[in-house]
Write a protein that binds this ligand. Structure first.
Ligand code: GRF
Length: 192
């Protein structure tokens, strides 16, 4: 079962998934492997890690395509070359077209840095602090056409502390994301 991971930047969640796959023997236990990492930005730092790991690390630049539809078609073509059982969005900062989403329905995951359904979209940590929340967290969910709204697969909760800034909260949430996302994927894989 091939896994394709889409990133746009740091790729720390992607790295956590790649490491978990190695550490927990996904190949032997789940018949699964990370087959490729694809970024919409050539400068994404995560590509460096992916290459160091000997993974296929590819770029499909959204700026090279005239429309969202054209970009998504090129992206899908790149993904399809790896025959994925699962496509994982990990800090992938592009909104996908309904056509793309329906093509991968049930095997397209995202992680979002809030306790959905609270705070879909951007600036989640700032909004959680502004709302006076006492907890924050991260959500792994199936991707549907509506942004950050698909069925929830797993969540992690962290405390929101009195002197938190968006950065301190993001770091606390990120640490949990790195545990949560590999666990959610490992749970889903036998059903794919
Ligand atoms: C994570 O906080 C994730 O929840 C959000 O974007 C961030 C990606 O970080 N969707 P990284 O690229 O995995 O380090």
């Amino acid at each position: 079962k091939n896994i394709v991971i889409l990133i746009s930047g740091e790729g720390s969640n992607m790295a956590a998934i790649v490491r978990a796959a190695q550490r927990d023997g996904w190949r032997e236990k789940l018949d699964a492997r990370v087959a490729a990492v694809i970024s919409n930005k050539a400068a994404a730092r995560g590509l460096v890690f992916a290459r160091e790991q000997g993974l296929a690390a590819e770029v499909v630049e959204h700026t090279a395509h005239p429309s969202r539809e054209a970009f998504d078609a090129a992206l899908a073509a790149a993904i399809e070359r790896h025959q994925p059982a699962l496509v994982v969005l990990a800090g992938f900062m592009r909104i996908l077209t309904p056509d793309f989403v329906s093509r991968y329905e049930g095997r397209l995951l995202n992680i979002h840095p809030s306790l959905l359904p609270a705070f879909p979209g951007l600036h989640t940590h700032q909004r959680a602090i502004g709302a006076g929340c006492q907890v924050a967290g991260a959500t792994v969910h199936q991707v549907t056409a509506e942004l950050d709204h698909g069925p929830i697969l797993a969540q992690a909760v962290v405390p929101l502390l009195p002197h938190d800034t968006p950065d301190t909260l993001a770091a606390r949430v990120r640490t949990q994301e790195h545990l949560l996302y590999p666990r959610a994927i490992a749970q889903l894989l036998p059903n794919l």
